[in-house]
Design a protein around this ligand. Structure first.
Ligand SMILES: [Zn+2]
Ligand SMILES: [Zn+2]
Length: 389
């Protein structure tokens, strides 16, 4: 289907204006009219993984073989991490005992095949009072557990040191949970995590009042709260599955509301551990609840996770391609916490592409991201692009 180029904006030119839209996602035409600076070819590929789950080494079921085998052979993921707890729960043995961490590193090595299936060494660390838990992702296939002065806790200094490490990415989860979440509004900017998990089987922590929330939700712990504080924080999703079924729908029990896995899409040049890890660190990410939704969002040509400088008096070019496995309900462009532009497709198609020009510099630094909602309720988000004037 042909797209339409809008050459006669009927509205005040100081507002956001539509430049191009194709209902069926005519990517070729979008590339033609927008290239090279609106939508340059980056040579990046989109890879999908699940980076949050547990086995019998802590409070989950099944072995590491069950977990990685399922991720690779059943879920068909490109990359995967297992994040067993450092404490296996009250009264349970710890990850640093009985050779568990050594076994984790061994299996991470065994299942890792560059170009085919990438594993990332990880674990989930109790980190009170700043965070209930942090998932730590290692750049290399081997590393020491990061233990602080007091097991289960993290001090401001320990957190600062962890944030500064070049070989570990630390990501909090279900941050909006009133029982074991995070208060982003109380965290100084320099101590904000680089990324946050906005969806797991426990629910969504995008903003207060979102349609697929956690059971117990508190203000201050949502991704939006952190972004509004000025944090340059990207998003990830992960299942937090305690069954050997990463990357797939599965029911974990009556108190876990969602069956859909948390899926993480990353834009990377190749399927290697270093490329995937750097793409996560660079926030070139898509967080998704149970659907591999391609979101290729550019602001002035730059991909999700980018930080750019752009003159306040020049329009920002927002170029978007979305491709979902099932029909789209709507696509929202979010700017500074507000939905500023929406395509209501209501199930008419599973793909869309558009160009809009945003002519308003609202703040010293504006941020933009995209939220996709499918007709079946599943969602996907990309990390923001930050535009500084
Ligand atoms: Zn657990
Ligand atoms: Zn977990």
């Amino acid at each position: 289907m042909e797209g339409r180029i809008f050459t006669h904006p009927s509205r005040d030119l100081s507002m956001t204006r539509m430049v191009y839209h194709a209902k069926e996602g005519d990517f070729a035409q979008l590339s033609k009219i927008s290239s090279p600076d609106w939508h340059p070819d980056t040579g990046l590929h989109l890879y999908w993984g699940d980076i949050h789950g547990h086995t019998e080494l802590s409070d989950g079921r099944g072995t590491l073989d069950d977990y990685f085998g399922f991720a690779r052979d059943e879920a068909g993921l490109d990359f995967c991490a297992v994040t067993d707890h450092d404490h296996g729960g009250v009264g349970r043995p710890c990850l640093w005992e009985g050779g568990k961490w050594e076994l984790t590193q061994q299996k991470v090595g065994e299942y890792h095949h560059e170009g085919k299936f990438v594993t990332i060494l990880a674990y989930e660390r109790d980190s009170y009072p700043w965070f209930s838990n942090l998932c730590l992702y290692y750049r290399y296939g081997a590393g020491e557990l990061v233990r602080g002065e007091e097991d289960g806790q993290i001090t401001a200094d320990e957190w600062r040191q962890l944030l500064a490490r070049e070989d570990i990415i630390s990501i909090p989860h279900h941050t909006a949970d009133i029982r074991q979440g995070v208060n982003f509004t109380a965290i100084p900017l320099e101590l904000m995590p680089l990324l946050t998990e906005i969806y797991s089987k426990w629910g969504t922590s995008e903003y207060f009042g979102n349609p697929r929330p956690l059971i117990f939700e508190a203000r201050g712990g949502h991704w939006r709260d952190a972004l509004e504080m000025g944090a340059r924080m990207g998003c990830v999703a992960g299942s937090d599955v305690h069954l050997p079924s990463p990357g797939a729908d599965s029911h974990m029990g009556a108190n876990v509301p969602y069956d859909e896995p948390g899926l993480l899409g990353v834009w990377a040049p190749e399927l290697t551990r270093e490329a995937i890890w750097q793409a996560i660190r660079g926030k070139h990410t898509i967080a998704a609840s149970g659907a591999r939704v391609m979101i290729d969002f550019r602001v002035c040509g730059q991909i999700a996770g980018s930080e750019i400088k752009y003159p306040a008096d020049k329009g920002r070019r927002l170029a978007l391609k979305v491709h979902a496995p099932t029909p789209l309900m709507r696509v929202d462009v979010v700017k500074n916490g507000n939905d500023i532009f929406r395509i209501n497709t209501e199930g008419a198609s599973a793909a869309t592409s558009l160009l809009v020009e945003d002519l308003i510099a609202e703040r010293k630094t504006d941020y933009y991201y995209v939220r996709v909602t499918l007709l079946n309720g599943r969602q996907a988000w990309c990390s923001p692009v930050w535009v500084e004037t």
